[in-house]
Ligand binder design. Structure first.
Ligand code: NAI
Ligand code: MG
Length: 355
């Protein structure tokens, strides 16, 4: 298979972890006889420095033409002046919106080898396998914002159509898994959440009666996620709740550096990125955990290229190196950490031998 993949390294550890993911994809291409072409483009702080814009037109055009987009992370202290008119995050929000990527899939399946890195007791982690579907192009992150000297506001808005399409996607995914959907909202307080709950209930009843639906308020969900994570299958929620709950869920897996994501829409192009940010505190030191980016590349193989066997091979290789104790500093006990490069080479070695 021939595929054109746009790579957006971004800022901080973004370039380090996307380089790792690209190396793994090249190894997959060689192993299975595919031709993957990579085109690097600017986004975020790096783009602001070079062009003055967080999402240059050339980047968006390339992404639209590509089969898939692989992204690192954007942002950092250099660009966080609150008075700045352009911010790195605007590039990320803009590309998600422009490509219509309304469904952000964030699988969380803690690996027993990394249980020790989680603050949660191992018996609670055993068998956890959940998928958060975060709405990605609506809600407060995209609402009208206003600011005066002594007042600020961010508007949270959702339309019926926006809720329907992400709930349908979550239902399809639930059907292919254990058939259970938990919808998370704040319907006791927020009007958008009441609409969310109504629409979700109707879509499931009318179109997916075989899917078992439960509603949870986001505050109690934050607790249940740690107290009984095994009970959840697919969790669907609005943009900001999903953002927050998945950083929390990363503690089940043991590190933010282990959670990948896929952002999908109705269109052909998907965007794949680790859920973590640019980690300025460790950037440039070659110690970032590349597994979340590598697992994002596995999602790219599966969802954008339809290469299921190749995706499973990458996931198995990461599981294998975790079992072998190949841990970067975020996972390792004091003194036993490998570098980003060593972790990446270990994954490539394993997929060359085991697939
Ligand atoms: P962060 O996710 O970058 O880092 C949080 C903590 O986790 C840090 O201690 C970091 O060192 C650690 N960490 C994250 N990824 C890691 C990895 N792969 N390996 C090892 N350790 C890892 O979140 P933070 O610090 O709140 O934000 C830093 C910058 O990233 C900010 O400018 C923020 O706006 C941006 N950001 C960008 C995102 C994106 O591009 N999708 C998402 C979240 C934050
Ligand atoms: Mg986040």
């Amino acid at each position: 298979m021939h595929a054109d993949i746009v790579v957006l390294p971004g800022d901080g550890i973004g370039p380090e972890v996307t380089a790792a993911a690209v190396q793994v994809l090249l190894a997959v291409a060689k192993r299975y006889g595919h031709a993957f072409h990579f085109n690097e483009h600017l986004i975020g702080g790096a783009a602001i420095d070079a062009t003055g814009e967080a999402l240059p037109a050339a980047t968006l055009e390339a992404a639209r033409r590509a089969d898939a987009v692989l992204l690192g992370a954007v942002g950092g202290p250099k660009w966080s002046d609150p008075r700045a008119s352009v911010r790195p995050e605007q590039g990320l929000l803009a590309i998600r919106a422009a490509l219509g990527l309304f469904a952000n899939l964030r699988p969380v399946a803690p690996h027993p080898a990394a249980f020790g890195a989680s603050p949660i007791k191992p018996h609670l982690l055993n068998g956890v396998d959940l998928l958060v579907v975060r709405e990605l192009t609506g809600g407060v992150y995209f609402g009208r914002r206003e600011r005066s000297d002594d007042r600020a506001s961010d508007l949270c808005e959702y339309t019926v159509a926006e809720i329907e399409r992400v709930v349908r996607r979550a239902c399809e995914l639930a059907r292919a898994r254990r058939g259970r959907l938990t919808s998370v909202d704040k319907a006791n307080v927020l009007e958008t959440s009441r609409l969310w709950r109504e629409v979700t209930t109707r879509v499931v009843r009318e179109e997916y009666p075989d899917v078992e639906l439960e509603h949870q308020l986001v505050d109690s969900m934050a607790m249940h996620l740690l107290a009984k994570p095994r009970e959840y299958d697919v969790i669907v929620t609005e943009n900001m709740f999903g953002d927050i709950l998945t950083d929390e869920a990363s503690m089940l897996a043991g590190s933010l550096g282990l959670l990948p994501s896929a952002s999908l829409g109705e269109g052909r192009v998907g965007l794949y990125e680790p859920i973590h940010g640019s980690a300025p505190d460790i950037a440039g030191r070659g110690i970032a955990n590349p597994y979340a980016a590598i697992l994002s590349a596995a999602l790219l193989l599966r969802h954008s290229l339809g290469l299921d066997a190749e995706a499973a091979c990458v996931e198995d290789a990461v599981a294998g190196v975790l079992e072998a104790g190949v841990f970067t500093a975020d996972l390792a006990a004091e003194g036993r950490a490998v570098s980003t490069r060593e972790a990446t080479i270990a994954v490539i070695d394993r997929l060359q031998h085991d697939c």
